[in-house]
Design a protein around this ligand. Structure first.
Ligand SMILES: Nc1ncnc2c1ncn2[C@@H]1O[C@H](COP(=O)(O)OP(=O)(O)O)[C@@H](O)[C@H]1O
Ligand SMILES: [Mg+2]
Length: 396
């Protein structure tokens, strides 16, 4: 039966305002980040008095509120309507080179000059003129700063701006969830970027609960979500790196599941179902970004698991472990069918390590008795689903 837009729009929903649960929504207060927000505000407040603030580097795992906290501070900063200071937000996932970052700064400062035909030095000169003439302090937020390919060059240019300016200045708020990229930086960039360092710790289960409480009140109809469901979502996300984004996704998806069922209250059952569904989305993303030979190895594991491997048949075990050797044979066959030159078994073992690290498979060493030691492999998700995901990718 075909449904009309009217039908769809008039379907009842337990959401009051779904938007509140979206990733882009910034709540009017950010519980458990008061201290961090205060620290950022104090660090950049000199700019409002016409002084150059120190640079800040913010580190913390995904979903610890880094982006939201800085955006919150930006909103308060803009309310000050300062003539001497400006903040500019750059998402480096999108603007991932020095040139692109400068292009974005131009777009926000002097849009009529933001043509990609212009070179970096043109953007640079214009920006310097602008800051100089207003004595402006520019605070540049570089979110996911580790994504910038020529980060040393970018930091160098932004630092040099301070030498070229007679009045005004530029400083950086760098944000990242990776610590290791620091090792590859030039010592000079490092000392600029790490003038002040702030760490955002993962949220505890109780903290996540109050974050969820706040959003559930705004986003769902009254009494639409059981407290036990909130507790469960908070506990799951606390175990998974204290990630508020994951907690919010779980509650949003749980609400969608209730809507699909037609009616009801969000309970633990729905949160558990939401977890499976959210995790599956993650695995689809993980699988589709795998290098091709790893996809073929995973495909071989999925198809063998569906038939039940030799190990299960030999031992009568029903836990669906596969022998590393039979998976490799199957991989050789599948690679040849796809007209790909198969990789050596040394590479194959590396692939297994990668797949295991991504949580797509689990492996154990077999006990004695099985022709010496061998690695036993088990797929972490439904083999039918994994197979169809990979088939879809390969047909593209
Ligand atoms: N303290 C908080 N209070 C309310 N919501 C939060 C808080 N911290 C994070 N969130 C929410 O969690 C999600 C992820 O936060 P985000 O700032 O994007 O994390 P990060 O940038 O550290 O990965 C966002 O939807 C945000 O609204
Ligand atoms: Mg972020």
């Amino acid at each position: 039966m075909l449904s009309s837009f009217q039908d769809i729009l008039s379907r009842s929903s337990i959401f009051r305002d779904r938007n509140v649960l979206s990733l882009h929504y910034i709540p009017s207060t950010l519980p458990h980040r008061e201290k961090e927000i205060n620290n950022i505000m104090s660090a950049i407040s000199p700019a409002l008095k016409g002084e150059k603030p120190r640079s800040i580097f913010i580190y913390g795992k995904t979903g610890t509120g880094k982006t939201s906290s800085v955006k919150y501070v930006m909103e308060r900063f803009e309310e000050m309507k300062s003539e001497r200071a400006r903040m500019c937000y750059v998402n480096c996932r999108m603007y991932n080179t020095r040139y692109r970052v400068f292009h974005k700064l131009m777009k926000d400062s002097i849009p009529e000059y933001a043509k990609t035909g212009y070179g970096l030095s043109f953007f640079y000169e214009k920006l310097i003129d602008l800051l100089d003439s207003g004595g402006t302090n520019l605070i540049i937020v570089l979110d996911e700063v580790d994504m910038v390919k020529d980060l040393d060059d970018l930091i160098y240019t932004l630092t040099r701006a301070n030498d070229d300016l007679k009045k005004g200045g530029s400083s950086i708020i760098g944000i990242s969830n990776r610590l290791s990229f620091k090792d590859n930086l030039d010592p000079r960039s490092k000392s600029t970027l790490y003038e002040t360092e702030m760490v955002f710790p993962p949220y505890t289960s109780n903290q996540l609960k109050s974050i969820l409480d706040q959003r559930v009140k705004l986003g769902f109809s009254e009494a639409a979500v059981d407290e036990s469901a909130i507790n469960l979502a908070a506990a799951i996300a606390a175990q998974d790196n204290g990630d508020a984004r994951y907690a919010l996704k779980l509650i949003l998806r749980a609400g969608e599941i209730v809507d699909e069922e037609g009616a009801g209250v969000v309970s633990e059952k729905h949160v558990n179902a939401a977890r499976r569904s959210v995790d599956e989305d993650v695995s689809i993303e993980a699988i589709s970004t795998l290098p091709q030979h790893q996809q073929i190895v995973l495909y071989s594991i999925a198809t063998l698991s569906m038939d039940g491997g030799r190990y299960s048949k030999l031992t009568g075990n029903t836990d669906n472990y596969l022998l590393s050797g039979e998976v490799y044979e199957n991989y050789l066959k599948n690679a040849r069918n796809l007209r790909k030159e198969p990789r050596s078994s040394r590479w194959y073992r590396e692939y297994l390590n990668e797949l295991e690290m991504l949580g797509l498979i689990n492996t154990v060493e077999s006990g004695k008795g099985m022709r010496g030691h061998t690695r036993l492999i088990k797929i972490a998700y439904s083999p039918t689903k994994v197979r169809s995901i990979i088939e879809r990718i390969m047909l593209e």
